[in-house]
Ligand binder design. Structure first.
Ligand code: UDP
Ligand code: MG
Length: 351
């Protein structure tokens, strides 16, 4: 166990992880700016850019940035795995004592990292940025987001903070905890909450996108919300059970009413319309229940296959020294050495 460091006096090495999907237009401008800001905070800095299977010239831009700046590391994924997987790949590649996650589109103001680091010095393990406004989103989107967080946190022990994004600074301990989580359906906002640690929110105003447009339209947002809901909550199953209970209660009540009508007032049971409507309604509810169950089963299927969350084509650049190789310089060498080397290029999720 390394000796605990005095955060107030220690200058930590900083890794900044940036997932990038079709960000060629922004990276060349953003990287020097982020690097110069980070180098004001620590002499030991690396910028891990994860190329998430971009279809534009991002790979080429990252390659030339790696050659230009010794601090830049490029992690080239074999295809587009999605932002959550790209973040995971970046966390596995990062070697700093603190790790900052930041988008590659210039929406996250790098100036905020100094404040985050100051709070880390005061003892916070996680400092995350919460957007002050959602003016760039429609009212409906903002309302649905609100409902989503109410539902996902309903009856849950782990409270996922609403509006917290991926822009955050984390201590090495927190990063190790996140790396130990083996699931494939990764909803990072939930995973950050699950690992816990002393966390603090600071608010910020997102900058306008430097180039291009958001990759998360309605479809992307709904898919992510679904992954989050299914991975972190059994609320949909509970709601179905509740609906079943209410409907069964209503059917019982209606049955009693029909019997009473027949025996007390001699009114005949009215025709087939009620039967048809009832039948359609109940079969609809049943199909819906099966559908929701199937969503959970599909996720279980994906988990049991144990495929890695991402696959690295190549790692470029140097970045910070590898702590594993520093251990390796000691006399004891064995088969673990080769494993440690491999672990930095491919996911090392515990299986
Ligand atoms: N991103 C990614 N893989 C994807 C989609 C997005 O790595 O499949 C990256 C993207 O390059 C950016 C960050 O994730 O750095 C946030 O994406 P975006 O700006 O589209 O999302 P928003 O800011 O609208 O939430
Ligand atoms: Mg963005």
């Amino acid at each position: 166990m390394p000796a605990p460091i005095d955060r107030l006096t220690h200058t930590p090495s900083i890794s900044c992880v940036m997932p990038a999907f079709n960000e060629a237009g922004t990276l060349a401008r953003l990287v020097p700016q982020v690097l110069s800001e980070l180098l004001l905070l620590s002499p030991q800095v690396e910028l891990v850019i994860v190329n998430d299977g971009s279809r534009d010239a991002s790979a080429h831009v990252i390659d030339s940035l790696c050659q230009q700046y010794p601090e830049v590391v490029g992690i080239d994924l074999s295809r587009n795995f999605g932002k959550e997987a790209a973040l995971t790949a970046g966390l596995h590649a990062a070697r700093g004592e603190v790790v900052v996650l930041m988008d590659a589109d210039g929406q996250h103001p790098v100036a905020l990292v100094a404040r985050m680091l100051a709070l880390w010095r005061e003892g916070q393990d996680v400092v995350y940025a919460v957007r002050r406004t959602r003016e760039d989103q429609s009212r409906l989107h903002a309302k649905l987001t609100h409902v989503f967080y109410r539902l996902i946190n309903w009856g849950s022990r782990v409270e996922i903070p609403a509006h917290a994004g991926d822009f955050r600074l984390m201590d090495r301990q927190v990063v190790e905890a996140l790396k130990a989580l083996p699931e494939r359906n990764r909803f990072m906002k939930g995973l950050y909450a699950w690992v816990g640690y002393r966390s603090m929110a600071i608010d910020y105003e997102p900058l306008p996108r430097a180039d291009g447009r958001s990759h998360f339209g309605w479809r992307g947002s709904i898919a992510l919300a679904l992954t989050g809901m299914l991975a972190f909550s059994i609320t949909p199953l509970r709601l179905l059970a509740l609906a079943g209970l209410l409907l069964a209660g209503a059917a019982l009540f209606y049955g009693a009413w029909v019997i009473a009508e027949y025996f007390l007032w001699g009114i005949d049971v009215p025709g087939y319309a009620t039967i048809v409507v009832g039948l359609m309604f109940f079969s609809g509810i049943q199909l819906l229940s099966i559908g929701v169950l199937a969503e959970y089963v599909a996720r279980i299927y994906e988990e049991v296959k144990q495929r890695p969350a991402y696959w690295v084509r190549q790692r470029m650049g140097r970045g910070l020294p590898d702590p594993a190789s520093q251990v390796r310089e000691r006399p004891a060498r064995g088969p673990r050495t080769a494993r440690a080397e491999r672990d930095h290029t491919q996911p090392s999720l515990p299986l």
